[in-house]
Design a protein around this ligand. Structure first.
Ligand code: NDP
Length: 305
């Protein structure tokens, strides 16, 4: 059997077109143009590419995107002061601090990632990293959904892969991917219905197992899954023998091997066993930016009052 390909690139384009239309309508109605401000500290080449891609995506959706490029010598106090300014700037709706922050040159006044992320106003926290927004999500009443997990939910929803009542195994328990995906899929309410998805496949109410580096017999655990979500960062960790025939396999991993991007799933082997599978690249990756745009428009709506 050859699995159905879950085409994240195409779904991301659909979502981005919906967002562009939403922005067009709001501006036409006399409301403010949504604005995202990204803060990029230092000159990490990968971060520069990510930020440029976000800037371009904003532009295409009619969202104003600006980038604050700060030198690697920026101190913790300086960065916190800049965030505070943006928190109080009514023309800025979303604030994004590009990670990772560079290793601090000032040991007396370092760039502390946690402190920096906590300083972003929860009402402008379009990455949904703030403890307030994480808490609201856990309680099933999210303000912003974290972008990559929301992308996974949108993908399952729009590809008609409901998970209600099914066993989902999430491999990985990071704060930005594994934990929020597990939380979203086990909620009572369908998080895919956050404004931009019509109707609703039930992409909630799953029975979720979270696996991690201390999980014993990972292959046995994964083999029980109707849906596997890999968010680990180890190329080809998930192999065909670990997959129940017909299972849905979502590969969040992005790993560079011999100058090529590969996921955490051995795509060639697993596609012969799975019922549906995401490719890498072109799977979950493109959805992350689409959901960032979604959150920026939502932040502008929140600012409307
Ligand atoms: P982290 O490194 O923060 O977390 C990795 C998780 O995998 C940890 O929970 C870790 O367990 C677990 N793990 C490590 N080794 C194993 C193992 N052998 N078996 C089972 N679990 C293991 O990574 P992220 O969550 O930030 O990212 C995961 C992947 O997703 C990466 O490839 C990253 O590049 C990609 N990514 C893709 C995005 C996209 O837009 N598509 C966005 C964000 C990330 P433990 O907690 O015990 O250490």
């Amino acid at each position: 059997m050859t699995a159905t390909l879950l085409n994240g690139k195409q779904i991301a384009q659909e979502i981005r077109a919906e967002i562009a239309e939403q922005v067009r309508r709001r501006v036409q109605a006399g409301k403010s143009q949504p604005k995202l401000c990204a803060i990029l500290v230092g000159d990490d080449p990968a971060s520069q590419v990510y930020v440029r891609n976000k800037e371009r995506a904003c532009e295409k959706a009619g969202i104003a995107g600006t980038v604050d490029r700060l030198p690697a010598t920026t101190t913790g106090t300086e960065l916190l002061a800049r965030i505070e300014q943006l928190n109080h700037d009514p023309t800025v709706h979303g604030i994004l601090v590009q990670l990772p922050l560079p290793k601090s040159e000032s040991s007396a006044d370092p760039l502390d990632e946690r402190r920096v992320l906590d300083a972003v106003s929860p009402l402008k926290d379009v990455d949904a990293f703030s403890p307030v927004n994480v808490g609201l999500l856990m309680q099933g009443r999210p303000r912003f959904l974290p972008c990559t997990p929301h992308g996974v939910v949108q993908l399952l929803h729009r590809c008609d892969r409901p998970v209600a009542g099914k066993h989902v195994v999430v491999i990985g328990r990071s704060d930005i991917v594994g934990k929020p995906i597990a939380s979203m899929l086990s909620q009572r309410t369908n998080m895919a219905n956050q404004g931009d998805a019509e109707g609703g496949r039930d992409v909630a109410n799953a029975t979720v197992t979270i696996a991690h580096s201390r999980t014993e017999n990972l292959a046995d655990v994964v083999r029980q899954a109707d849906c596997v979500i890999a968010a680990v960062g180890i190329p080809k960790l998930v192999t065909a023998d670990m997959i129940r025939p017909g299972a849905t396999v979502v590969d969040v991993g992005i790993n560079r091997v011999d100058d090529k991007l590969v996921g955490d799933v051995d795509f060639e082997g697993v596609k012969e066993v799975a019922g549906a599978i995401t490719p890498v690249p072109g799977g979950v990756g493109p959805l992350t930016i689409a959901m960032l745009l979604h959150n920026t428009v939502k932040a502008a709506e929140l600012a409307d009052g």
